[in-house]
Design a protein. Sequence first.
Length: 130
Amino acid sequence: MTEDNRRRNARTELERAEACLAESKALHASGMPYGATSCAHYATFHAARALLFTVGIEARSHRGVAGPVGEHFVKPGGISPEMGRLLARMQRDREDADCESGAVFTGAESAATIADAERFLAEARRIVGG
């Protein structure tokens, strides 16, 4: 992967993250906290992929982003450990919102999740430069 490809792929992932965040906000505004929570996760997932592209890693799965983000960005101090934990929690929340019949997500919880996704995207934008 060339440096140009890395930058282009990272920016494309950031654009996708922004679109997912907008979907999450629209679902939240429509009173759909499960969908809002799920889409907020996708925003962080694509932002994490953007980060990984900057170091030449193309993660293909949801579970495949947290470890490399920790190794390449949290451990060296590029992003805070809180952001690493947030990424892992968002993955669990998405799985619960999409698949767990007993999971309950309120409007307040989806609003907090959206705020977390916004913070993660801000960190990714800072690093990617977009």
